[in-house]
Design a protein around this ligand. Structure first.
Ligand code: GTP
Ligand code: MG
Length: 149
């Protein structure tokens, strides 16, 4: 089954949104297969956001993402990469629709509460930054048969 990397950013943690956000993914029917809280350091941030190196917002992004603990998770489900992106909403919360996480809980692009991988390749790359294979749980849930036909 497809997997993606989702991360509640430091502003989401500070604003007491951990439970609210995890609940949304659980209620959708996605399966949490990895979960932890951690403090990113600069090296980790540069690795995660390598594609943005040199952009005008890069330094601000690194200092934001390392400013406090984050909640890292791996979600599993059918089309989960696209689904998590859709649930997060547009990068800039000003353009994110109501009902999305960024649309409901954020105002500015530099404080947009949540991350999700943008492709299956990115998901594989990002999951490997945060989790070892043994930290990911492969398991069956009784509700699976009520979520998938
Ligand atoms: P992530 O899921 O966090 O990767 O967001 P995204 O994939 O929707 O956007 P992208 O990868 O293009 O940008 C990564 C992150 O950099 C965004 O989520 C923002 O936090 C930040 N960012 C992107 N563009 C800007 C910008 O123009 N200004 C500022 N301040 N931050 C930006
Ligand atoms: Mg991105």
């Amino acid at each position: 089954m497809e997997r993606t990397y989702v991360m509640i950013k430091p502003d989401g943690v500070q604003r007491n949104l951990i439970g609210e956000i995890i609940t949304r993914f659980e209620r959708k029917g996605l399966k949490i297969v990895g979960l932890k809280m951690l403090q990113m350091d600069r090296a980790m941030a540069e690795k995660h956001y390598a594609e943005h190196t040199g952009k005008p917002f890069f330094e601000g992004l690194v200092s934001y993402i390392t400013s406090g603990p984050v909640v890292a998770m791996v979600l599993e489900g059918k089309d989960v990469v696209a689904t998590a992106r859709a649930m997060n909403g547009a990068t800039n919360p000003a353009n994110a629709g109501p009902g999305t996480i960024r649309g409901d809980y954020a105002i500015e692009v530099g404080r947009n509460v949540i991350h999700a991988s943008d492709s299956i390749d990115s998901a594989n790359r990002e999951i490997a930054i945060y989790f070892t294979e043994s930290e990911l749980c492969e398991y069956k849930k009784v509700l699976d048969d009520w979520i998938y036909e």
